[in-house]
Ligand binder design. Sequence first.
Ligand code: CU
Length: 274
Amino acid sequence: MGEGVLLPDGRVLILNGARTGVAGYGNVAGQVGQSNADNPTFRPVLYDPDAPAGSRFSTAGLPSSEIARMYHSTATLVPDGRIMIAGSNPNGDVTTTRYETEYRVEWLSPPYMAMPRPTYSELPATIRYGRTFNLRVNLPAGTTSVTVSLMDLGFATHGVHLDQRMVVLQASLNRDRTRLTVTGPPNARVYPPGPAYLYVVTAAGVPSVARRTLVGTGGGPPVDQGAIANMLRQTILTTAPQLPLPSSGEGAPVPTNTRRPTHTRHHPKNTDRP
Ligand SMILES: [Cu+2]
């Protein structure tokens, strides 16, 4: 029930959850409240994929919490680089017994929050696939190289972090280290169209504050008119009780050449289909 939160430099902060118990509740033994999760994990662990095997997990320098963050907990990176932590146990309404309803939010500030940080400006409103763009950067003294992380911060619940993504973009610093030429992701499989946050990260793992942009053109997804036409061909409208309809808003009649309202039914009209 822990969360794995990607940091802008590719390390993963693992936090929240419990050391015993399983996901799911209502039908498990040994419940505490509405879950059988117990023995909360109070101290985060940092996973560094680039460290030597055997020393990739570390708690060094990480603080302990006193708040149990159980099955209904959450954690996320935010644009300024901190990690927001909230939630606790599944509880009906408000509970004051063990693993009580928890309203406190914690903010974890990794060491880079107190270090000199890179800044940048001139992020375009949209980033196009495979196209280059330029950022004006201001780097901490001694910085010789940077990476660029394009991130979807996603959202986490029940130990699942949905939609989280980090793509390291191709980037090169100019000679006086004031401008960065960056290439957008190659295609929509690498980064789907939509919102993204861009962090400039020093070789020492210190990220800038992220700014928000949009990957792609900002246009809607392609529409398959053939599929829509086929669905309508395979659909007939059946007679339903004539109920009064609102004249506007949700449920109002929609201008169409099939006037009959309400229930539709899939109709396997073609006998050559199952
Ligand atoms: Cu739940």
